[in-house]
Design a protein around this ligand. Structure first.
Ligand SMILES: [Zn+2]
Length: 311
């Protein structure tokens, strides 16, 4: 089960609530500009144990963009935005990629594969971007699914009609004896894709990514558990009384001038000492849980027919 074009307040979170109620995990193909606006929603997607995949920087139809650099910026910017919002090495992040509007060319597919991204299409579409009702979306999904017996379902978590039908869809899947398979990326594949991602040439995208990274690192600092730092004692002293012990600084300077400089230059009061356990980011489990089949990304291509839904 896959959801495209988010994250979006209220709608993505309503989908997450519905999935959680049925212990179902899905893959969210997120757009970079959406992740930039709503990084905390994306962090909740990851914290709930779903797989995060990329769907370009701004949802441009890549097969219609004439500039090769812009096409590349769209592809790389999408992955880097998801990574910036989550923190680079979050295990929920995957190298899965979906072309906006499924618009692709052979050259684009080759470029995506060179970057170690795994392009994912769809077998069953709910037409949920069209002006139809929730019941019609549900009907179309189930009709195609019943005809095929299995497949990757494409829905949009930014659409109200979809948000409204997800609980009924999950009931219909359960009633029809279908099993939702959760696709979990291999951490190694994601790392490789991140290492191969080219920094976008577009200045606006670069600036947005830099801002996202600094926001995410501030978030991680606040949510990290307080470590028993060697400087903990200094924290309780008034800043003006904080002086590294002369001998210790000298020794540190010999070992690592940069560390010693940091110690001497940082007033203790500016170091984050608070910890909010509610903000901590849980990681997803790499093993089978709740009856879901877990596959490494490298297995995806070979086992494509095994994925999605089956009776
Ligand atoms: Zn899309």
């Amino acid at each position: 089960m896959t959801f495209d074009d988010g994250p979006m307040p209220h709608r993505t979170t309503a989908v997450l609530d519905a999935l959680k109620a049925e212990c179902v995990r899905a893959t969210f193909f997120v757009v970079g500009t959406m992740a930039r606006q709503f990084p905390s929603i994306l962090r909740r997607v990851a914290a709930d144990g779903h797989t995060v995949a990329s769907h370009s920087w701004s949802h441009g139809y890549l097969n219609r963009i004439r500039s090769e650099q812009r096409r590349r910026d769209e592809i790389n910017g999408g992955l880097l935005a998801a990574s910036a919002a989550l923190g680079t090495a979050h295990p929920a992040l995957s190298p899965f990629f979906r072309f906006p509007g499924l618009g692709r060319t052979r050259a684009l597919e080759d470029y995506v594969a060179e970057r170690n991204l795994i392009s994912m299409s769809a077998d069953i579409v709910g037409d949920d971007w069209k002006p139809i009702g929730s019941e019609q979306v549900l009907h179309r999904v189930m009709r195609q699914l019943n005809a095929k017996g299995r497949g990757i379902i494409l829905l949009h978590d930014i659409q109200k009609r979809t948000v409204d039908m997800v609980p009924a869809l999950l009931q219909a899947l359960k009633g029809g004896g279908y099993k939702v398979v959760h696709i979990v990326p291999s951490v190694r594949d994601t790392r490789t894709a991140l290492a191969l991602a080219e920094p976008p040439a577009n200045t606006r995208i670069r600036t947005a990514l830099a801002n996202m990274r600094s926001e995410a690192s501030a978030f991680a600092e606040l949510s990290a558990p307080t470590k028993p730092a060697p400087f903990q004692l200094a924290v309780n002293r008034p800043p003006e009384s904080f002086r590294p012990e002369t001998g210790a600084t000298e020794r540190a300077e010999v070992a690592s001038p940069r560390v010693a400089q940091t110690v001497a230059a940082t007033p203790s009061a500016t170091r984050p000492v608070m910890s909010n356990p509610a903000l901590s980011m849980p990681t997803i489990q790499g093993t089978a849980s709740n009856g879901f089949v877990v596959l490494a990304a490298t297995q995806v291509i070979q086992s494509f027919e095994e994925l999605g839904l089956r009776r």
